[in-house]
Unconditional design. Structure first.
Length: 387
């Protein structure tokens, strides 16, 4: 039930009993590819949660052509906005692109629960009131301005809204105790110092774990902290040039690089070959790496591949000066061996074993939502030409 809080209408609502009652009103439904789930102009009488599968949001263009408004997939939802804004009919058509499963609750059942529960009713009314406030394209409170005027009109006054309690990031730590026998340290130190070499390998392992955590940690990892509006899905499954262009449309302010699993990069190369497109390469510190639209694509084997052979592409802007993604660390720590990494002597045991505590402190922060975008459900196992 707590996952229902991901719906904008229920965000920050914490009454578990009410959420449980609402979850119990959802009904599971299977759908087939090409099935119309909701049709433009028809009554918007349900709220849908997609458990598995892909659904295309279709609209009508200026000249009557069908347009793709977006792709919904696992975990996405629709219908809650129509409920909040009291819209009686669908403004788009939702058509299944694949077979899948969804959860649906009748709009009237949702409304009945709102009417019966004082806390939920107050929360929904507060949400509806917030929709009427002036906002910019990012959903932030508008800053009232005047422009293009002549003469001496009254200028608007404004307050700049800000978060009362912004998120705080605490440094995470990766640690281990390195043990070396004194006999090894004494006798095997030339031509290679065994203690130094074992410490080097330990540090490399810690750095690998650090990279894994910065990508996958549920608290601060990049994959789990992308803004919902910065998530898109592939149109046909494999990563195509069109998909990467869509990702660039999300992170269009000074994008630094793509990040993807090596197998995802290979899948992108196959799609380029199939379409007769030759991707660029760019030189980074003397090494050539693949690129798209001049943006380098760096490999990262820490981005997971699911059992169904799907993965993700990340695109980010980096640096504090341009409000991008920044790595966090602390220098000047006690017994510092490298920046934000310490090696602390713990003593020698009765068995003549030397112990060193090796600690690496790190985290990562996304300064503003549009600094990071993700292309989800990237299929890397499809054969060329398959949809």
């Amino acid at each position: 039930p707590q996952t229902l809080c991901e719906l904008p209408l229920l965000r920050d609502f914490d009454d578990v009993a009410v959420l449980g009652a609402l979850a119990g009103r959802f009904v599971q439904r299977e759908f087939k590819a090409d099935e119309v789930i909701a049709e433009s102009g028809k009554p918007a009488d349900q709220v849908f949660l997609i458990a598995h599968g892909k659904v295309n949001k279709l609209g009508v263009g200026k000249y009557g052509d069908q347009t793709l408004l977006g792709v919904l997939a696992d975990g996405d939802h629709f219908g809650d906005q129509e409920l909040a804004e009291a819209q009686d009919s669908w403004g788009f058509t939702a058509k299944a692109d694949t077979d899948g499963t969804l959860l649906a609750v009748p709009r009237q059942a949702f409304q009945d629960l709102i009417n019966q529960t004082e806390a939920l009713r107050a929360h929904v009314e507060q949400f509806k009131a917030s929709l009427k406030l002036p906002k910019n394209e990012h959903g932030e409170a508008s800053i009232e301005l005047a422009s293009g005027h002549v003469g001496e009109p009254d200028l608007p006054g404004t307050f700049v809204d800000y978060e009362d309690a912004p998120r705080e990031y605490h440094l995470s730590v990766a640690q281990t105790v390195l043990r070396v026998h004194t006999r090894i340290a004494d006798l095997y130190n030339d031509p290679m110092n065994q203690t130094e070499e074992q410490l080097r390998l330990t540090i490399e392992a810690l750095r690998e774990r650090q990279e894994h955590e910065m990508i996958n940690n549920r608290e601060f990892g990049l994959l789990h902290n992308v803004d919902l509006k910065q998530r898109i899905h592939t149109r046909t499954g494999p990563p195509t040039p069109d998909d990467l262009d869509e990702l660039l449309a999300l992170v269009w302010k000074e994008p630094a690089f793509f990040l993807a699993h090596p197998r995802a990069i290979a899948a992108f190369g196959r799609e380029c070959s199939r379409l007769g497109v030759y991707p660029q390469t760019t030189e980074i510190t003397g090494h050539k790496v693949p690129a798209w639209r001049g943006i380098p694509i760096f490999p990262c084997n820490k981005i997971p591949i699911t059992e169904t052979r799907t993965t993700s592409f990340l695109l980010m802007r980096i640096g504090e000066a341009i409000q991008g993604v920044v790595g966090l660390h602390q220098i000047g720590i006690p017994d510092e061996y490298r920046p934000s990494l310490s090696v602390r002597f713990m003593g020698i045991s009765e068995k003549a074993i030397i112990s060193y505590l090796v600690s690496a402190y790190f985290s990562v922060a996304i300064l503003v939502p549009d600094a990071l975008g993700i292309l989800d459900n990237v299929e890397i196992g499809l054969l060329n030409g398959e949809d």
